[in-house]
Design a protein around this ligand. Structure first.
Ligand code: FES
Length: 249
């Protein structure tokens, strides 16, 4: 299939970017968006030109490293799939595809389509973990947890941290991301130890770097892990609960 691509080129964080036009005469509809970029880059390298920079790792939808805006939509046209799983059969012969970085005030561009998503890492540093002396591995049945609670925790632990939710949100909010972590960790038996402190610190951090949530729902629409919009309620619920717990709990 023939495709016309408009691809974002930006040399660095402080330089101005622009779209570069590239025609691809031999794209294959089974290709992913990232494989299409690989193909473009091979052609550029062969002709002595600079390839486009973009991030990827697993290419299996599990690591959260990839993240492009495809025709204005974070990750691409297919709902709840990361960029590495978006295939060209969603496009038609002769289509124009515009590829650019995830767009959000919290994500400065590093180069071309690579953005700095460390603002999400800072939220995690404030409490996206469990502080216990783990010792040796416990027996599987030592920690009691009913099946529904375990499933709910796992559903929210599925967040891969790609940050597409922030880019999709008109407010640039990270409530879906943070809510998923708060739900997941508050449900785990060991995660209850520092539940209040975690909620206070993570919510403070997310409010420092990201916008407010207006429940638009675009975040859940693009989330590759299918985190439900109800996760954002954990922000207020966990913060309200934390107001009644000791400062060090
Ligand atoms: S490269 Fe790992 S989720 Fe896309």
């Amino acid at each position: 299939m023939k495709l016309h691509l408009e691809i974002w080129r930006q040399a660095g964080p402080t330089t101005e970017g622009h779209y570069e036009s590239i025609d691809v005469p031999d794209a294959v509809e089974q290709m992913s968006i990232l494989e299409l970029l690989d193909h473009v880059n091979e052609t550029l390298i062969e002709s002595g030109r600079e390839p486009f920079a973009f991030a990827s790792d697993c290419r299996e939808g599990i690591c959260g490293t990839c993240g492009l805006t495809v025709n204005g939509r974070p990750h691409g046209p297919e709902q709840n799939k990361p960029s590495c799983q978006q295939r060209l059969f969603n496009f038609s012969d002769g289509d124009t595809i515009r590829l650019e970085p995830l767009r959000s005030a919290a994500y400065p561009v590093i180069k071309d389509m690579i953005v700095d998503r460390s603002a999400l890492d800072r939220v995690m540093q404030q409490g996206g973990y469990v502080s216990v002396n783990a010792g040796t591995a416990p027996d599987a049945d030592t920690l009691h947890m009913n099946h529904q609670t375990a499933e709910l925790a796992l559903d929210h632990a599925a967040c891969i941290g790609c940050g597409a939710c922030v880019a999709a949100c008109p407010n640039g909010a990270a409530h879906l991301f943070t809510g998923a972590k708060l739900v997941h960790l508050s449900l785990m038996p060991l995660g209850k130890n520092e539940r209040g402190r975690r909620a206070r610190n993570m919510v403070d951090e997310v409010e420092t770097n990201f916008g407010p949530c207006s429940l638009f729902g675009e975040c859940a629409d693009v989330c590759p892990a299918g985190i439900p919009l109800t996760a954002v309620a954990a922000i207020n619920k966990e913060r309200a609960r934390a107001a009644f717990t000791a400062k060090d709990a």
